[in-house]
Design a protein around this ligand. Structure first.
Ligand code: 48F
Length: 265
C-alpha cells in the first residue's frame, strides 16, 4: 500500500527553495569560468568545461535557455548543422537527420533540451533570469568577475544594486549583441578589444559560408580574461552573420572551452 502524502507545509517548501538556491549560489560566488548567455555556444562551452572538472556557471538573462535555437529559421523549429559539428551533437544524443548537400538537420526543441541537460549533468550551474550587467576588474582593468542582477529588476528600472561573482575566465556568449563586451568598452576607459578598431564593430550582413568559416578562428580572448564565443565573436570583428546554420556555434563553444582550459592550466 502506498504511503499517505505528508501534509503539505508551505513554510517548509519556502525553506527548501531558499536554502537550495542559497547553497548553490554561494558556491558559485567563486567560479573558474563564468559564461554569459545560454545559447548553443554558451551551453556547449559549459558542458565541456564541466566535463573537464572545472567550476563553471552559465548566467542567462531570460527565464528560458537556448538563445536563438528555439526558432530555428523564421520560427520553423529545425536546425541545420554541418558535418564538422556532428560529433558534438551525437555525443549528447541529438538525433541528426542526414540531408541533401551533406548537411544534417535536428529538432530545435530536442537540441535545446539535450544541450541543457548535458551541461547540467556534467556539473555546470545554469542560472536563468539573471543578467550580466557589468564586470569586476583588478587594478590593471583585467576582468576578474561578473556583476549580476535579476533581469526583472533591470526591466522594471528599479534602483537595486547588483551582486558580484568572481571568475578567472569570462566567456561572452551573449550572441549578436556581444553585450558583455559592449559593456566593457563603455565602462572601462581606454579598453581596447582585439578587433581591427579595438571596439565591438558589430556583425556584417549575411554570408553563411564566410560567417561559418570565420567564427571558430574569431573565438578568442578579446580582452584580458574574456573570451568571445558564438555570434559575439563575429560581432566583435565585423564578421558576417550566417543565419540558421548552427554548426559554427557548437564548434565555437568547443573552442571557447579549450581556450578557457588552457588559461586555467
Ligand atoms: O543568441 P544566442 O543563441 O547566442 P550564440 O550562442 O548563438 C547564435 C545563434 O543562436 C543564432 C545564429 C546561428 O547562426 O546566428 O542566432 O552566439 O544566445 C545568447 C544568449 O545570451 C543571452 C540571451 O538572452 C541569449 O539567450 N544574453 C544576452 N545578453 C546577456 C545574456 C547578458 N548581458 N546577460 C545574460 N544573458
Amino acid at each position: 500500500m502506498s504511503q499517505p502524502s505528508p501534509v503539505l507545509d508551505e513554510t517548509q517548501i519556502t525553506r527548501l527553495i531558499v536554502s537550495g538556491f542559497a547553497e548553490r549560489f554561494l558556491a558559485d560566488t567563486d567560479l573558474e569560468v563564468a559564461i554569459a548567455g545560454a545559447g548553443p555556444s554558451g551551453l556547449t562551452a559549459a558542458r565541456l568545461l564541466a566535463a573537464a572538472g572545472r567550476h563553471v556557471a552559465v548566467l542567462e538573462r531570460h527565464l528560458h535557455v537556448g538563445g536563438g535555437m528555439w526558432g530555428g529559421g523564421m520560427l520553423f523549429p529545425r536546425l541545420v548543422i554541418q558535418e564538422e559539428a556532428r560529433p558534438l551533437l551525437e555525443e549528447i544524443h541529438v538525433h541528426l537527420e542526414p540531408a541533401e548537400g551533406g548537411y544534417y538537420t535536428a529538432d530545435s526543441v530536442e537540441t535545446v533540451a539535450k544541450c541543457t541537460a548535458a551541461a547540467r549533468d556534467a556539473g555546470a550551474s545554469i542560472w536563468v533570469g539573471i543578467t550580466v550587467e557589468d564586470v569586476m576588474v583588478n587594478e590593471a582593468d583585467e576582468v576578474r568577475g561578473v556583476v549580476v542582477n535579476w533581469d526583472a529588476v533591470e526591466k522594471a528600472g528599479l534602483h537595486v544594486d547588483p551582486l558580484s561573482l568572481g571568475c578567472r575566465v569570462l566567456i561572452d556568449a551573449t550572441g549578436h549583441d556581444a553585450s558583455v563586451l559592449r559593456t566593457i568598452q563603455r565602462k572601462i576607459p581606454g579598453a581596447r578589444l582585439d578587433s581591427p578598431t579595438g571596439q565591438v564593430m558589430g556583425e556584417r550582413s549575411m554570408n553563411s559560408a564566410l560567417g561559418e568559416n570565420q567564427i571558430v578562428e574569431l573565438t578568442r580572448e578579446v580582452y584580458p580574461n574574456v573570451i568571445a564565443s558564438g555570434m559575439a565573436a563575429n560581432a566583435v570583428a565585423s564578421a558576417c552573420r550566417m543565419g540558421p546554420i548552427f554548426g559554427g556555434m557548437f564548434l565555437s563553444g568547443q573552442k571557447a572551452a579549450q581556450l578557457a582550459l588552457a588559461k586555467l592550466a
